[in-house]
Design a protein around this ligand. Structure first.
Ligand SMILES: *[C@@H]1O[C@H](CO)[C@@H](O)[C@H](O)[C@H]1NC(C)=O
Ligand SMILES: *[C@@H]1O[C@H](CO)[C@@H](O)[C@H](O)[C@H]1NC(C)=O
Ligand SMILES: *[C@@H]1O[C@H](CO)[C@@H](O)[C@H](O)[C@H]1NC(C)=O
Ligand SMILES: *[C@@H]1O[C@H](CO)[C@@H](O)[C@H](O)[C@H]1NC(C)=O
Ligand SMILES: *[C@@H]1O[C@H](CO)[C@@H](O)[C@H](O)[C@H]1NC(C)=O
Ligand SMILES: *[C@@H]1O[C@H](CO)[C@@H](O)[C@H](O)[C@H]1NC(C)=O
Ligand SMILES: *[C@@H]1O[C@H](CO)[C@@H](O)[C@H](O)[C@H]1NC(C)=O
Ligand SMILES: *[C@@H]1O[C@H](CO)[C@@H](O)[C@H](O)[C@H]1NC(C)=O
Ligand SMILES: *[C@@H]1O[C@H](CO)[C@@H](O)[C@H](O)[C@H]1NC(C)=O
Ligand SMILES: *[C@@H]1O[C@H](CO)[C@@H](O)[C@H](O)[C@H]1NC(C)=O
Ligand SMILES: *[C@@H]1O[C@H](CO)[C@@H](O)[C@H](O)[C@H]1NC(C)=O
Length: 739
C-alpha cells in the first residue's frame, strides 16, 4: 500500500511540474542563482524550472557554487539566446626528443545548443596543426597551421607565426565538438621555447596572444569564454504563433538566425525590461526611466524633477507657462502669441484704469467727506448736536440735512430753482425725498467762532417758533461751506410783490392790508415780548413778508435776527438792515433794540397805506424817503394825498387816518418815542375789531407754550452777544429803491 501511495505522490509531483510547463512557465520557488551566476528561465536547475521540452536547458549547481552545463562551467546567460561557458585549453606537449609527452583533448557535448559565430578557434605553437571537429548528423572539421623555426619570428600577432586563429562556422545541429592540437614534424629545435601545442575556442576578442610567454606555457592561463547559442524549440515564431512562451503582452518573439539555428527567442518590448520568457512579476515590466540606474534607459530631462514615467517611456513635464525644448530636454518659457500679449495688455491697462479711477473716486469721496466734516464743525454742527442731545431743548424740532440731500433737493443748485437772490443770500426751491416743497436758503455767516455759536442759537430758537405768521424753519445743513437753512415753502410771493409788482392780479384791498398789518404787528409783538427771549427781526420790510394762497402773512428771513439777552434792553451790533427801513437811531449808534423793528414796521405800514416804495427817488427832494413823505403830508394835513387811491374810500377814511398816525408814531426819530410793538398791535387790532365787529381772537397764549425750551438757550447764548461786533463800523446795508 505504501508503495502505491508514494507512486501516486511521485505521479502528482510530475503532473504538477508538467502542468506548470504546459503554460510555458516555471513553477514557483526555482533557484535563481548559483554562486555569482544568476539562473534565468528557460534555464533551470530542477524539474519544473527549466523549459521542459528541452533537457539542454537543464543546469546543475555543484557544492562549490559553480553552475555547470554538463561538465562545463557557465559564466552567464542572456535572454537573447546566448550562454557563456568556460572552455578549457586542449594541449599536446612533447619532450626534448620530440616525443609526445602528455596531452589533453577536450570534448564538449552541446545538446540542442550550438557554437556561436562569435567564437574563434585559436592555436598556439610552432609548426603546430590543430583541428576543431564536430560530431552530429554532419561531421565537420576545421583547423589552422602555425609555423615558426626560431623565436625571433614570433611577435604579438596571431597571424600564423606561433599563433593562428580561424572563424568557426560549424553546423547548428552538432551534438558535440572537440579541439585536438598536434605537430607537423620532429620539432626538437623549438622545444626550448615551445614544448607544447595549444588549441581552444574563445569568444572573439577575449584572447590576446602574448608571444613567447604564451608559447612557453599557456596551460596556467585561465579559461576563455565560449559563446553558445540557444533558442526555444525548432520552429519559427510564425509556426508557433500564440503558443510561444514569450510573455503575452509585453514581450515579442523573434526568430533565431535561420542560417545557424532553428527556433525562436523572446525579448521585451521597447521601454520594458525583465525576463521575456516569464509572465510573472519578473517578466517584462515598464521601465521607470525617472528612477532607473540603467544608463541605457535613464531619462534625459535636464531637470530630473520634471521627469514623469509613462507606459513604454517617459516625458518631461514642464510647469505651466513653460514648454519643453526637445533638443536640450529642458523647460523654456513659452513664447506668448501676439493675441495673448494684446489681450493681456488690454486687460492689464483696463484694470489699471479701473483701479486708479476707483482709487481716485475714493480719495475724492474721502476728501469730500473730510471737507464736509470740516464745514460741519466750522458751521457749529458740533454745538448744535450737543444742544440737541442735551436736555431742555426737546421742543427744538430741527432736522440736520446732509450735503447730498440738499444737492438732490435743489437738483445740484440749479439756476432755475432760484426763488430769489437778496442781500441775505440766495433762496432755492427744493423738493425733499418725501415730495414736500421747501425753500433752501444759503445763510450768510462770518468765520468767527462767537458768531457761529450765536448762529446755532438762533437756528435753535427759530426752529422752536411755531407761530402761524412766521415761516417755519425746518432744519439746516452745516456740511457746506455756507450753511443752508431749510424753510417751509410759501408760494404766493412777498408783500412787496403784491404792493409794487404786477405779477399778482388785483391789488390788495384795504381790509386785506389792514389784516396783514395786524398780523405783522402781532407777530413782531410776539417775538419782542411774548417769547421768553426777545427776538429782534432786524430786517422787517415788505420783501420779507411772504403771503400764502389765502394771503396769510408769513414773516420770513430771520437771517439778521438777534436775540436780546434777558438782562439787556439793547445790544450793540454791526449795523445791518435795508436802507429805507433802517432805524436811523440804530444806524447812528449801532445800539440795537426792539424799537428798531418798530421803525421798520412803521415803514411797512406806510407802504401798505400809500402803495409806494420806501425809497423813491422820483418823489420831490424832501419826500424821497417814505417817512419824510408821510411826515410832511401829515404836517400839512394832506394825509389823504399820500394814501393809495385804490383803497381810499369814504368808509375807511377814519381808519386810514388812524393807521397813518400809528405809522408816523412808529417812525419817530427817537426810539423812546415810538410805541411798543405790543401797543401797535393792539391799536391796529382794535381798529379791525370795531370795523369787522368781530371778536379779537387772542393767539398769543397758545403760541407761548411752544417756547418752553428757550430759557436755557438764552442763558447759554447770552454771554456771547454782549459787546461790540469786531467789525462794528462796517454797516451791511441793502438798498431797495425804486417807485
Ligand atoms: C564571485 O565573485 C567574487 C568577486 O567578484 C569572487 O571573489 C568569487 O570567487 C566568485 N565566486 C564564484 C563562485 O565564482
Ligand atoms: C564544481 O565545478 C568546478 C568547475 O567544474 C570544479 O572545479 C569543482 O571542483 C566542482 N566542485 C565540486 C564539489 O565538484
Ligand atoms: C557575460 O560575461 C561576459 C564575459 O565575462 C561579459 O562580457 C558579458 O557582459 C556578460 N553578460 C551578462 C549579461 O552578464
Ligand atoms: C533537443 O530538443 C528536443 C526537443 O526539441 C529534445 O527532444 C531533445 O531531447 C533535445 N536534445 C538534447 C540532447 O537535449
Ligand atoms: C562522424 O564521425 C564519427 C566518429 O568519428 C563516426 O562514427 C560517424 O559515422 C561519422 N558520421 C558521418 C555522417 O560520417
Ligand atoms: C628527431 O630528430 C632527432 C635529431 O634531429 C633524432 O634524434 C630523433 O630520432 C628524431 N625523432 C623522430 C621520431 O624522428
Ligand atoms: C523539431 O524537432 C522535433 C523533435 O526533435 C522533430 O520531430 C521535428 O522534425 C523538428 N522540426 C524541424 C523543423 O526541425
Ligand atoms: C491562439 O490563436 C488562435 C487563432 O489565431 C486562437 O484560436 C487561440 O485561441 C489562441 N490561443 C491562445 C492560447 O491564445
Ligand atoms: C496582459 O494583458 C491582459 C489583458 O490584455 C492583462 O489582463 C494582463 O494582466 C497582462 N499581463 C501583463 C503581464 O501585463
Ligand atoms: C540605483 O542605485 C542605488 C545606489 O547606487 C540603489 O540604492 C537603488 O536601489 C538603485 N535603483 C535601482 C532601480 O536599481
Ligand atoms: C531624449 O530621449 C528621447 C527618448 O528617449 C529621444 O527621442 C530624444 O532624442 C532624447 N533627446 C536628447 C537631447 O537626448
Amino acid at each position: 500500500m505504501k508503495k502505491v501511495q508514494s507512486l501516486i505522490l511521485v505521479a502528482i509531483f510530475f503532473y504538477l511540474a508538467y502542468t506548470q510547463l504546459v503554460n510555458g512557465q516555471p513553477r514557483k520557488g526555482c533557484q535563481t542563482s548559483c554562486g555569482n551566476v544568476s539562473i534565468e528561465y528557460p534555464f533551470g536547475t530542477s524539474p519544473g524550472c527549466y523549459y521542459a521540452d528541452d533537457p539542454s536547458f537543464y543546469l546543475t549547481c555543484n557544492e562549490t557554487g559553480n553552475l555547470l552545463f554538463g561538465v562545463i562551467e557557465v559564466i552567464n546567460m542572456s535572454h537573447s539566446g546566448e550562454l557563456r561557458i568556460k572552455d578549457e585549453i586542449s594541449y599536446a606537449c612533447y619532450n626534448s626528443l620530440g616525443d609526445l609527452d602528455r596531452n589533453l583533448y577536450y570534448t564538449y557535448t552541446l545538446g540542442n545548443l550550438s557554437l556561436s559565430h562569435k567564437n574563434k578557434f585559436n592555436v598556439v605553437g610552432c609548426n603546430a596543426l590543430a583541428l576543431l571537429s564536430t560530431l552530429g548528423t554532419e561531421n565537420y572539421s576545421t583547423g589552422c597551421l602555425s609555423t615558426c623555426n626560431s623565436p625571433r619570428r614570433v611577435n604579438g600577432d596571431c597571424h600564423g607565426a606561433g599563433c593562428c586563429r580561424t572563424d568557426v562556422s560549424v553546423p547548428f545541429h552538432s551534438e558535440s565538438f572537440e579541439t585536438r592540437p598536434s605537430r607537423l614534424e620532429n620539432m626538437t629545435s623549438v622545444h626550448g621555447f615551445n614544448p607544447c601545442t595549444y588549441a581552444f575556442l574563445a569568444e572573439d576578442g577575449s584572447f590576446h596572444f602574448n608571444g613567447l610567454e604564451d608559447l612557453k606555457n599557456l596551460r596556467n592561463v585561465n579559461d576563455f569564454p565560449v559563446v553558445l547559442d540557444w533558442s526555444i524549440g525548432n520552429r519559427t515564431c510564425d509556426q508557433v504563433g500564440n503558443r510561444s512562451i514569450c510573455s503575452k503582452n509585453n514581450s515579442i518573439c523573434f526568430d533565431s538566425p535561420p542560417a545557424r539555428r532553428h527556433g525562436y527567442n523572446c525579448k521585451c518590448i521597447e521601454g520594458y525590461e525583465g525576463n521575456p520568457y516569464l509572465s510573472n512579476e519578473h517578466g517584462c515590466q515598464d521601465i521607470d526611466e525617472c528612477t532607473t540606474n540603467s544608463t541605457i534607459h535613464k531619462h534625459n530631462c535636464s531637470d530630473p524633477s520634471t521627469c514623469r514615467n509613462k507606459d513604454r517611456g517617459f516625458y518631461c513635464k514642464c510647469q505651466s507657462g513653460y514648454r519643453l525644448d526637445t533638443t536640450t530636454m529642458s523647460c523654456t518659457r513659452k513664447d506668448f502669441e501676439w493675441a495673448t500679449i494684446l489681450l493681456g495688455t488690454t486687460i492689464g491697462f483696463l484694470s489699471i484704469l479701473l483701479v486708479s479711477s476707483c482709487v481716485k473716486q475714493r480719495r475724492k469721496n474721502r476728501k469730500t467727506t473730510e471737507l464736509q466734516q470740516k464745514f460741519f464743525q466750522q458751521n457749529g454742527g458740533g454745538i448744535l448736536v450737543q444742544r440737541l442731545s442735551g436736555g431742555g431743548t426737546s421742543n427744538a424740532n430741527i432736522k440736520i440735512f446732509t450735503d447730498e440731500s440738499m444737492k438732490e433737493a435743489t437738483n445740484g443748485y440749479e439756476e432755475s430753482r432760484i426763488l430769489g437772490q437778496g442781500g441775505q443770500g440766495t433762496v432755492y426751491k427744493g423738493v425733499l425725498p418725501d415730495n414736500s416743497v421747501v425753500a433752501i436758503k444759503k445763510a450768510r455767516l462770518g468765520g468767527d467762532s462767537s458768531q457761529v455759536e450765536q448762529f446755532i442759537n438762533e437756528v435753535l430758537v427759530l426752529s422752536q417758533i411755531n407761530h402761524r405768521n412766521v415761516v417755519k424753519l425746518l432744519g439746516c445743513c452745516l456740511e457746506t461751506e455756507v450753511p443752508l437753512l431749510v424753510y417751509e415753502f410759501i408760494n404766493s410771493g412777498t408783500l412787496s410783490d403784491h404792493l409794487h409788482g404786477s405779477l399778482f392780479g388785483p391789488s390788495l384791498t384795504w381790509e386785506q392790508r389792514l389784516r396783514i398789518a395786524v398780523e405783522i404787528a402781532g407777530t413782531l409783538a410776539y417775538l419782542h415780548s411774548s417769547a421768553s427771549i426777545p427776538i429782534i427781526h432786524r430786517d422787517v420790510k415788505t420783501a420779507n413778508i411772504l403771503l400764502d394762497e389765502s394771503l396769510t402773512t408769513k414773516v420770513a428771513d430771520f437771517g439778521a435776527s438777534r436775540l436780546i439777552p434777558m438782562d439787556k434792553e439793547q445790544l450793540t451790533t454791526m449795523v445791518q438792515g435795508t436802507l429805507g427801513y433802517l432805524d436811523p437811531e440804530y444806524y447812528n449808534t449801532g445800539l440795537l433794540n426792539e424799537k428798531s423793528d418798530v421803525y421798520s414796521f412803521g415803514v411797512v405800514l406806510m407802504e401798505l397805506l400809500s402803495g409806494q416804495k420806501a425809497l423813491c427817488f422820483e418823489r420831490p427832494h424832501q419826500s424821497k424817503h417814505i417817512v419824510s413823505y408821510f411826515a410832511s403830508a401829515t404836517k400839512e394835513n394832506k394825509v389823504y394825498e399820500v394814501i393809495d387811491a385804490k383803497v381810499l374810500t369814504e368808509d375807511n377814511k377814519r381808519e386810514i387816518k388812524e393807521v397813518a398816525r400809528i405809522a408816523v408814531e412808529c417812525t419817530r426819530l427817537m426810539g423812546e418815542e415810538r410805541p411798543k410793538m405790543k401797543e401797535v398791535a393792539a391799536e391796529l387790532e382794535g381798529l379791525r375789531v370795531t370795523k369787522d365787529k368781530h371778536k379779537w381772537s387772542d393767539q398769543y397764549p397758545e403760541e407761548t407754550e411752544n417756547l418752553v425750551g428757550v430759557h436755557i438757550i438764552s442763558a447759554q447764548g447770552g454771554s456771547s452777544t454782549i459787546g461790540y461786533d469786531s467789525i462794528e463800523n462796517v454797516a451791511r446795508l441793502h438798498i431797495e429803491a425804486g417807485c
